[in-house]
Design a protein around this ligand. Structure first.
Ligand code: F6R
Length: 363
C-alpha cells in the first residue's frame, strides 16, 4: 500500500519525520538518558571502531565517523564490505566492529562480520530487520525502527541509521568523558527537533520538483560537500544514479581543484550542500570557483546561507536552520527528493530501478 503516494519511495521519504521520532523514542528517555539493549557496552573501554557496510549504509557509516571522532574523540575506520573482507585487515585490541545494514542479509557485510568474529572485542550491528542474519550473529544488534522499506533505493532506513548512530556517538562521548552534560543535552535537543525540521524540508517537495525538471536534462551531475555533508554528497549522487540513470559523482569540495574542476562547463549542474556550518565559507568559495567556470550551481542551504551566497546560482533549495552535527540527517531529504523528482521527470521505474535488487545476498 503506497498510502496515496505514486511510489513506495515517495511514501518512504514522507514517512521520515514519523519513523525518526519513533527511532529516537526507542533509544532516548524523556530525561535524556540513552538506553541500549543488553549486553551493555562501555565505550570507555574501546579504542577504535571499525565500521563496515555497503552502498547507502556505507555512507551512513562515513557520516557517523565525523560524529564518533569529533564528539566522542574515538578513532573510526570505515570500509565497504567487499573490500574489507578480502583485505584481511588487522583488528587491534579494544576494538568494536560495527556493521550497518537495512536488510541484515547483505552477503559481503555478513562475510565481513564473520571475519571479525573472535578478533574484535564486540560485534555490533545497526539493522532494520531484527530477525536477520547480521542481527543474529552480532553480540549487540540495534534496530533502527524504520518499518519495512520497499523502494529499492534506501531512504528512511538511511536517516534512521544516522539517527541511531548519532545517539550511539553521544553515548560514546559520555562514556569516555568527552562531553559535558550541557553539550550532550544540547545535541539531544537538536535531535528532538529533527522530525519537525524534516517535515518543513518535505514542504519543499514541489519546489524541488521544479529544480529536478531542469536537472533531468543533464548528462552528468556533480555533488559537493564538506565535513559531515561530504558523505551526504555521495548519497545524493548515488540516489540520482540509481533511479534516474544520470551519471553523478561526489567530491569533497576541497578536492575540486585537484582534478574534477576540469569537468566543469555550462552543461554540468553542480549540487552544493552547504548549511551555514563552521565550514560554510570554504564551501562557498569552492562553489564560486565552479560558477567562474560557468558551472550551473544548485545551492542547498538555509535562508541566511542562500541570501549570503545565492547570488548568480542556477537554482536554490531552502532548508530550515539546523545544528552542524544533525545537518546531514536533514539534508538527506533534499538529496532524496532531487533524485526522486528527477527520476519521475525522466519516467524511469522509481521503485524498481533496472539491474538492482533490494537485498544483495550474493557477492
Ligand atoms: C542504495 C541502496 C543500496 C543499499 C546496499 C546495502 O539506495 O539501497 O546501496 O544501501 O545494498 O544494503 P543493506 O543496507 O540492506 O545492507
Amino acid at each position: 500500500d503506497k498510502g496515496g503516494h505514486k511510489h513506495f519511495m515517495a511514501k518512504e521519504i514522507a514517512e521520515q519525520p514519523t519513523v525518526i521520532a519513533e527511532a529516537i523514542g526507542h533509544y532516548l528517555s524523556k530525561s535524556g538518558e540513552i538506553r541500549l539493549p543488553d549486553p551493555q557496552i562501555d565505550f570507555a573501554n574501546v579504542d577504535r571502531i571499525t565500521m563496515v557496510a555497503c552502498g547507502t549504509a556505507f555512507l551512513a557509516c562515513l557520516t557517523a565517523k565525523y560524529w564518533f571522532e569529533q564528539i566522542a574523540r574515538l578513532p573510526v575506520e570505515v570500509d565497504v564490505a567487499s573490500e574489507f573482507r578480502y583485505r584481511e585487515p588487522p583488528i587491534p585490541a579494544r576494538s568494536v566492529a560495527l556493521f550497518v545494514s537495512q536488510s541484515g542479509e547483505t552477503a559481503d557485510t555478513l562475510a565481513a562480520l564473520r571475519y571479525c568474529e573472535g578478533k574484535a572485542d564486540k560485534i555490533m550491528s545497526v539493522i532494520n530487520v531484527p530477525e536477520s542474519s547480521i542481527a543474529r550473529e552480532s553480540d549487540l544488534a540495534l534496530p533502527i525502527h524504520a518499518g519495512v522499506e520497499i523502494g529499492v533505493a534506501s531512504t528512511k532506513a538511511f536517516t534512521c541509521q544516522l539517527t541511531v548512530l548519532f545517539l550511539l556517538a553521544l553515548k560514546a562521548a559520555a562514556d569516555r568523558g568527552e562531553i559535558t552534560e550541557e553539550a550532550r543535552q544540547d545535541h539531544l535537543a537538536q535531535l528532538r527537533r529533527l522530525p519537525a525540521l524534516m517535515a518543513e524540508a518535505l514542504d519543499q517537495s514541489d519546489a524541488i520538483a521544479m529544480t529536478a525538471r531542469k536537472l533531468s536534462n543533464a548528462r552528468d551531475v556533480l555533488f559537493l560537500g564538506r565535513g559531515p555533508l561530504y558523505p551526504l554528497a555521495h548519497e545524493g549522487a548515488l540516489k540520482l544514479k540509481e533511479i534516474s540513470y544520470i551519471h553523478a559523482e561526489a567530491y569533497a569540495s576541497g578536492e575540486l581543484k585537484h582534478g574534477p574542476i576540469a569537468l566543469i562547463d555550462e552543461n554540468v549542474p553542480v549540487v552544493v550542500m552547504a548549511p551555514r556550518d563552521a565550514l560554510f565559507d570554504k564551501t562557498v568559495s569552492n562553489m564560486q570557483e565552479v560558477m567562474a567556470r560557468k558551472g550551473k550551481v544548485i545551492l542547498i542551504s538555509d535562508r541566511e546561507g542562500l541570501s549570503e551566497a545565492g547570488e548568480g546560482v542556477w537554482d536554490t533549495i531552502e532548508m530550515p536552520d539546523v545544528s552542524d552535527a544533525v545537518a546531514p540527517i536533514l539534508y538527506a531529504i533534499p538529496a532524496q527528493l532531487l533524485a526522486y523528482h528527477t527520476a519521475v521527470a525522466k519516467g524511469t521505474d522509481v521503485d524498481q530501478p533496472r539491474n538492482l535488487a533490494k537485498s544483495v545476498t550474493v557477492e
